[in-house]
Design a binder for this molecule. Structure first.
Ligand code: AQP
Length: 329
């Protein structure tokens, strides 16, 4: 089974990214043949960016992924812009992508509303580049959080349309969303997902947060005027989110968490969630501190990954170009 997933090089990955995606990447390393993970710097330029910061962020994200458990010898970990087949395939796939489909994408609507100066054509084409990322490797499975469901459905549609028009060439990938933790919510605004852009500072727990910062954010997490630690009922989004987080980080089911905290106050419950998150993230933060200074080693890992990725993607591109009548043939 070929696994593919991409992650943006926003230097500060948050708990939602970790639980929804990075945790699945590490598990996928055992099942993937191969498991391919891409740091998508070309996606990062669809909204305003600083060139120097972007390079730094790629290193930060690489170090976080390795610190979390990705082993560049057991998976293919690379930077998107190092494999030019992604951009070429994006253009080729744009020929079989409906403008109307791109117009319906929730992420485009949300992100374009937030742009003050320029809504770039790149932001509109973001899902086509994402389709190219996955389809270039003929991946069977795409592990992502719930927010990416619509984009994966679109890439399936693009693969189908390509195959109908040019013959069986591309693979329609399956979406893999975790049963628990597919949509971690902002601690201050529990009806909104925890997010890199548009999230609240106190409601977003970062993978690299120190224990004191995590405790403070959990202490001020929004709950409700009730007192019961349970996830169903009017206005329980905040508590439900904390139950879900605790369930993932402790690897226990949500019912037993509700039973354990029956009769306990919200203060004690939040304290337990904070402690569990600190314990969950600390090994990654500590390992990150060791890995991050050696940029040479990070670049070497990315370069080796890009070489392996290029070998696979170039084969697909040759088939796609041939099928479409592009180039010499
Ligand atoms: N709140 C979340 N809960 C569960 N999974 C999540 N993901 C994102 N937010 C949550 C998953 O993380 C992976 C990487 O996402 P990305 O590459 O889009 O990185 P990002 O830009 O840092 O993610 P955000 O927070 O979603 O930022 P915005 O909103 O600015 O784009 C994906 O698999 C995603 O599903």
């Amino acid at each position: 089974m070929k696994i593919f997933s991409g992650i943006q090089p926003t230097g500060k990955k948050h708990l939602g990214n970790y639980i929804g995606a990075i945790r699945q990447y590490v598990e996928g390393q055992e099942q993937g043949d191969p498991a391919i993970y891409c740091i998508v710097d070309l996606h990062a330029i669809t909204v305003p960016w600083d060139p120097t910061v972007l390079r730094t962020n790629v290193h930060d994200t690489t170090a976080i992924l390795i610190a979390a458990g990705l082993d560049p010898d057991r998976c293919i970990l690379f930077r998107q812009s190092d494999v030019r087949q992604h951009t070429e395939l994006c253009w080729l796939l744009s020929a079989v992508t409906a403008h109307g489909d791109l117009n319906r994408m929730h992420q485009f609507k949300d992100k374009s509303e937030r742009q003050r100066e320029l809504v770039s054509a790149g932001l509109f084409l973001y899902p086509v580049l994402q389709a190219a990322d996955v389809l270039a490797y003929k991946a069977d499975t795409v592990p992502v959080g719930e927010d990416q469901r619509q984009h994966v459905e679109l890439m399936r549609e693009i693969a189908r349309r390509f195959n109908d028009r040019f013959g069986e060439t591309l693979v329609e990938p399956e979406l893999r969303i975790p049963e628990v933790g597919a949509r971690i919510m902002d601690l201050q605004h529990p009806r909104n997902k925890m997010a890199t852009t548009g999230g609240s500072a106190h409601g977003t727990v970062y993978v690299l947060d120190e224990p004191a910062a995590i405790n403070k954010k959990l202490k001020s997490a929004v709950t409700d005027s009730g007192s019961e630690v349970r996830r169903d009922g009017e206005g329980k989004e905040g508590i439900a989110n904390l139950i879900e987080i605790l369930s993932v980080v402790r690897d226990t089911d949500m019912d037993s968490i509700e039973r354990q905290f029956e009769g306990a106050g919200y203060g004690d419950f939040k304290g337990a969630v904070a402690e569990a998150i600190v314990e969950y993230l600390s090994p990654t933060r500590e390992r990150y501190e060791e890995l991050r200074p050696d940029e040479h080693a990070l670049e070497a890992a990315l370069a080796a990954g890009a070489e392996k990725a290029r070998a696979i993607a170039s084969e697909t591109l040759a088939e796609v170009r041939g099928a479409m009548g592009i180039g010499q043939g």
